[in-house]
Design a protein around this ligand. Sequence first.
Ligand SMILES: [Zn+2]
Length: 344
Amino acid sequence: MGFDTMTDDERWDAVCARDKAFDGRFMTGVLTTGIYCRPSCAARHPLRDNVRFFADGAAARATGLRPCKRCLPDDVARDEGAVIKAIAAIKGSEEPLALADLAARTGYSPTHFQRVFSRHTGLSPAAYARALREERARTALSGGGRVTDAIYDAGFSGPSRFYENMEGRMGMTASAWVNGGKGATIHWAVVPTSLGDMLVAATDKGVCRLSFAEGREALEERFPAAELIEGGEEFAALLKQVVVAVEAPVNGFDHIPLDVKGTAFQEAVWRELRKIPAGETRSYADIAAAVGKPKAVRAAGSANGANNVAVLIPCHRVVRSDGTLGGYAYGLPIKEELLKRESF
Ligand SMILES: [Zn+2]
């Protein structure tokens, strides 16, 4: 958690997406206007060159910047404190707590508190309490740790991102995801292909990682708590399908099950990528528009890059608007070769 865990590019993506989940994690300072904002500020975005990021309001003020009157960035901490306090109260109570009771503990009016809480968690206090009870029931069943406690530990600014991730998630349980694959068994292999050494890894639900020039260490980094098993009989059958699909993409990839996870936005982008027919390409702007966020072109690019399952989620079919190839996590020669063999 904290300022150091994000890159400036990630911060800028959060600003471009006006992602409320990043409020409180950093401040956006604008040198030309002399103000600083929370990442989700609704004001028009400044030019990237004029932006500097700060850990908090104090750091921004130390350089002479003033808080934005529109997004009131310094209230983030107070709001967050109120939400954390309320969550602690909800967690500590066996009985559902009345809104007025919760609000009184935070010093906000019930209406204002309800708004602040919903903005942070994506849920009303009552719905949050309900979700918490359901989560506890599930956790009790699986015997794992408390996911709700792990939310902050995992570096999220609040529960909203957690619930955002629950939505439309394919595969892994929330516990497995938060805890680096805890409880999941992942079979894997590195196989030689015409594109070089290809790493394929899968849970019992589907392929969770496909990459090039990677081995066990990279997998351990991604799923530090999962049980990693090289090979395996059932996995071998899936692996064969994957290799055939990659080498001869004529039949498409839809028949291969995937087990991936991301934010709701990332998963929306990945679903869109799966819709691009072989032999065709899209621009980052096309993808952003297709997921209903035409302005989030950079964020769409980041989601594209965050794809864990190369080829099968065909991020290689996204190119620059001017027709040039753009980037590729495994190098442009592989992207070029994939597009070439898909043009049948
Ligand atoms: Zn602002």
